[in-house]
Design a protein around this ligand. Sequence first.
Ligand SMILES: [Zn+2]
Ligand SMILES: [Zn+2]
Ligand SMILES: [Zn+2]
Length: 375
Amino acid sequence: MDKDPSGDDSAAGLSVEAEGPLAPPAEPPEPLPSYDRLLQGDRQRIFFLPSEAPGRPREQRSWSSVLEHRIPVVTEEVARQALLSFVNSKCCYGSTAAGSLVIRELRQQTLCRYRLETFSESRISEWTFQPFTNHTVDGPQRGASPSLWDIKVQVPPMFQEDTRKFQVPHSSSVKECHKCHGHGRYKCSGCHGAGVVRCPSCSGAKRKAKQSRRCQLCAGSGRRRCSTCSGRGNKTCATCKGEKKLLHFIQLVIMWRNSLFEFVSEHQPDCPGELLAKARGENLFTDENSTVYPIVDFPLRDISLASQRGIAEHSASLASRTRILRQRQTIELIPLTEVHYWYQGKSSVYYIYGTDHQVYVVDYPERYCCGCTII
Ligand SMILES: [Zn+2]
Ligand SMILES: [Zn+2]
Ligand SMILES: [Zn+2]
C-alpha cells in the first residue's frame, strides 16, 4: 500500500539527469549559529589568526668559529676530472678537448647562500556533502561547533607539505538529494526511460531498405535494448550513489605549506644564479625554531640583509592569513671556481660549482650534433 515510490525500478516520476540542478541549493541547510560570521556571503572563507608576537631574546652568535670552515681547494687535476665527467655525461660532447686543453688559471671563490624556510598552516571551511550512509548524524543538537582554529588535528612532520580534510564536529544535517529529488535514481537520458531505443540498423523500420527479410539486428522488432542503462530505463544517481539522502556538513580543509626564500651572495655574473641556488653546499649555520630572528651580525653584510628581508617578506605574506609553525634559516658555503683554459689557440672559461663539482660551460669547443661538429 504505502510503497516507497523511490524503491520502484520503473522510470515513472523520475526526472532526466540533465534537468536536475548541478549544485545543491545556494542556501545551505540552516546556517549554524557559530559559523554565521564565517560563512556569510561566500561559501568559502579563510579564517584569520592574529599574528604571534615575537618573544625570544636574541642570542649572541660567534661567527669567528663558523668562518674558520675551509672548503677544499680545487686543483688542476680536480678541475680537469670534473670537466671530463661532465663531458662524458653528455652524448654530443667530445672528450678529447677536455683531456688536452691547457688550464691556465683557477680562480676560486666561496659564495654564501642564505635560505629561509617557513612552514605554515592555513585553514579554510566550506560546505560540502556526501551520500548519507551511516545513521549517526553529528548535528548542532550535540552542541556548538568549535571555532576552526580550536579543532585539534595531528600536524604532519615539520617542513613536509600536506593537505587534509576534516568534518567539523556538530555541523552535520541530512537532506534529500537535490539531484534526484530523493529517488536515488533518475531517468536514463539515452532512452528517456523506455529502456529501449530505435534499432540503429533498420532505424525502426523492422526491415532494411530494399530488402524483404526482416532486420537481423533487432529480429524484426525495430528496437534495441538501451546500452546506456542496460535496458533499465533509469540510472543510479551519481550524487547520492542511490542513497536518496545527503549528509551536509562543514568541511575543514587544512593546508601545510613550505615557503622558501633564497639568496646567493655576489658572484661571477656569467655563472647562472639558478644553478648556484640549487648547488650542493656545505652547511655553515642552521637556526630552527617556532620563529627565527634576523641575522644581524654576519660578516658578509649581504647575508644579514637577506635574512632580514626574507623574514620580513615571509611574515608580511604569511602571518596575516596562516599560522607559522616552524622556521628554519641556514647559511651554506658554495664553492665556485672559474677555470681559464687554452684550446687550439683560443682562450675560454668554464665553471665548477658546488661541493659535488658540477660544471657549467657555455662554449665547449668540441660539441657534436647529429654527427656534425659545431665548433
Ligand atoms: Zn536507457
Ligand atoms: Zn532493426
Ligand atoms: Zn540522488
